[in-house]
Design a protein around this ligand. Sequence first.
Ligand SMILES: C[S@@+](CC[C@H](N)C(=O)[O-])C[C@H]1O[C@@H](n2cnc3c(N)ncnc32)[C@H](O)[C@@H]1O
Length: 227
Amino acid sequence: MRHWTLLGEAAIPGTEQSLALYRGKDDFFIKLTGKPSGGQELMNSRKHGSEDALGALPCQRLRNPDNARVLIGGLGMGFTLAAALEAVGPEAVVTVAELIPEVVEWNRGPLGECSGRPLDDPRTRIYLGDVAKLLRRSPQCFDAIALDVDNGPEGLTRNSNDWLYSYTGIAAAQKALRPGGVLAYWSAGPDRDFRDALRCCGLEVEEVMVYAHGKKGARHTLWLATG
Ligand SMILES: C[S@@+](CC[C@H](N)C(=O)[O-])C[C@H]1O[C@@H](n2cnc3c(N)ncnc32)[C@H](O)[C@@H]1O
């Protein structure tokens, strides 16, 4: 039987759902509570291969990662942020946008141990709010943008996040990139319509499948878009 302890709960703005953080025997996990997706596990600290790749791959593709400006959309358990910090240099700045203040608090507490406490890195900046808002007001600000705010284009948590995967959302993210920048998206699975939408916006798209954990089992989809 699985033993767990509830460490905290946080309402998801604009929805009737909440996030609930639990500590298991040797892991942490975040579940959705409330309608319509209540009970579904959103994240587990043992499975972060694709979250790591989302942070690392766009930064590794930059011509000059040493002083890159990077935006991560969605802190979650901090794995994408930690991987981006690992892939850039000492002069880089990595901004993480997080909608839910409690998620930031959780990462400052015991949860932060699982990703190596990336919020304590002096190169990290926190934007508390909707990453969509930050994108809209940040023309040509970032060399790499990595978005993982939901389950992918078919979101589970917040209808208003659909905008990020729409043509206007993609165009706003494109505008927020500096020349030569890389735009990356995470998704639970493939989505041909979304990949085509990226291409329709004039982006060159690489689709990468990454194991959630180790070298077998479930794989998630990343899109790396440039141009
Ligand atoms: C699946 S988790 C991200 C996981 C993360 N990649 C990691 O490495 O742990 C999604 C996160 O995005 C946040 N979020 C959801 N919508 C958002 C938005 N519009 N702007 C900023 N953060 C958002 C959620 O609160 C949650 O912390």
